[in-house]
Design a protein around this ligand. Structure first.
Ligand SMILES: *[C@@H]1O[C@H](CO)[C@@H](O)[C@H](O)[C@H]1NC(C)=O
Ligand SMILES: *[C@@H]1O[C@H](CO)[C@@H](O)[C@H](O)[C@H]1NC(C)=O
Ligand SMILES: *[C@@H]1O[C@H](CO)[C@@H](O)[C@H](O)[C@H]1NC(C)=O
Ligand SMILES: *[C@@H]1O[C@H](CO)[C@@H](O)[C@H](O)[C@H]1NC(C)=O
Ligand SMILES: *[C@@H]1O[C@H](CO)[C@@H](O)[C@H](O)[C@H]1NC(C)=O
Length: 331
């Protein structure tokens, strides 16, 4: 009897020790794979690299930038932001990513490879290799040198968040490249050199980006005021088109299908006016819009009737334009 009373708490204690080992420990296969990543990315000259301490102890879930699921014990997050220290020795030459290195992490949810001056991916070892990782939702590739070909490499991933800001996307982007990214909720393409999106059908094909809520295209080179590629982005809430090359008249019809849009940023362009016969008055057209930023443009027409129909508008920015004299605020 005495033994029984004793053994229950002991069993509980042993279970707790097991649980805490699982929390801190990691699968051998994943530990080995992490050490391969270190070998591949670490530059001994960069003593501030978070990779420096990788391997000092066996519990890879506690390594800098690595997180594990607290139930399965498998790696679910790898943060490799700024691990290469490329700015210390720019003469290191181009470095290409072998995405297959991440294949062992079957529970991987978030991967951050930002700020590493990655020139591209090794031939046949692009992100398409990771299509089996069906938990991978967030991919951060910002501040690298990926070109347009990165987009087709992402086909087959079930991403919700994709960040490619400050890369080398250029010229025309084919909207077809996004076809298989139908789960995407947030797409950040800020600070590239994108000129337009070519498409025969816009994003209107069913399943194509119809869950996208945030699209950031600011600081690109989009000049064509024909924004028909926006059609079909039926879930879009936040659209950033600031600091592009929009000039003259913007056709308001382009925003017609964005009936859920809450925020529209068009500041720092050269927009003079909005061509429209009916303003935003058509039913369903931008009637959820709360924030409209038109600051730093060339709007000189004090006839702001295009604002008619923006029935939810709470914040309107018009500073740094060429508005003079009495304004017709009847709209
Ligand atoms: C396990 O992780 C989940 C999700 O990250 C978190 O909400 C939860 O509090 C964690 N549980 C423990 C026991 O740490
Ligand atoms: C990429 O990494 C995988 C996994 O480590 C390896 O099998 C493959 O040979 C590598 N490819 C190249 C081209 O180095
Ligand atoms: C674009 O990136 C791919 C993959 O990294 C590379 O093979 C190709 O040469 C690059 N193209 C240009 C024009 O730089
Ligand atoms: C805008 O582009 C679409 C698709 O590329 C095209 O069908 C349409 O005619 C264009 N509209 C204007 C006003 O140029
Ligand atoms: C303002 O513009 C609208 C539509 O372009 C037009 O119908 C209206 O007459 C104009 N109002 C004034 C005062 O110019």
């Amino acid at each position: 009897m005495g033994l029984n009373r004793f053994s229950l708490p002991v069993a509980a204690a042993i279970m707790m020790i097991n649980a805490s080992l699982l929390v801190q420990g990691c699968l051998e296969e994943e530990r080995t794979a992490l050490l391969q990543i270190k070998t591949s990315m670490f530059d001994p000259n960069y003593m501030a690299s978070p990779l420096l301490s990788w391997g000092n102890d066996a519990h890879c879930c506690s390594w800098a930038g690595v997180s594990c699921d607290n139930i399965t014990g498998r790696v679910n997050e790898i943060d490799l932001f700024d691990v290469r220290g490329w700015f210390i020795d720019p003469s290191m030459g181009d470095w290409y990513l072998n995405a297959t290195l991440f294949l062992p992490f079957q529970e991987l949810n978030t991967l951050d490879l930002g700020f590493n001056d990655i020139a591209g991916y090794v031939a046949n070892e692009g992100f398409e290799r990771l299509s089996r990782l069906n938990k991978l939702e967030s991919l951060y590739l910002g501040f690298n040198n990926f070109n347009n070909s990165i987009l087709s490499s992402l086909k087959g991933l079930s991403l919700k968040h994709l960040n490619l800001d400050y890369n080398r996307l250029k010229g025309s982007i084919d909207t077809k490249d996004f076809d298989s990214l139908s789960e995407l909720e947030e797409l950040d393409l800020r600070e590239n050199e994108i000129e337009n999106f070519v498409t025969s059908t816009g994003f209107e094909r069913p399943g194509s980006l119809d869950k996208l809520e945030i699209l950031d295209l600011s600081s690109n080179r989009i000049s064509d005021s024909n924004l028909s590629f926006l059609k079909g982005l039926s879930s879009l809430k936040h659209l950033h088109l600031d600091n592009n090359q929009f000039k003259g008249s913007m056709e308001m019809k382009e925003f017609d299908s964005l009936s859920k849009l809450v925020e529209l940023r068009l500041q720092e362009n050269e927009i003079q006016n909005f061509a429209t016969s009916t303003g935003f008055e058509r039913p369903g057209s931008l009637d959820k819009l709360e924030i409209l930023d038109l600051s730093s443009n060339r709007i000189s027409d004090s006839n702001l009737s295009f604002l008619k129909g923006l029935s939810s508008l709470k914040q309107l920015y018009l500073y740094n334009n060429q508005l003079k004299g009495p304004m017709d605020m009847k709209g």
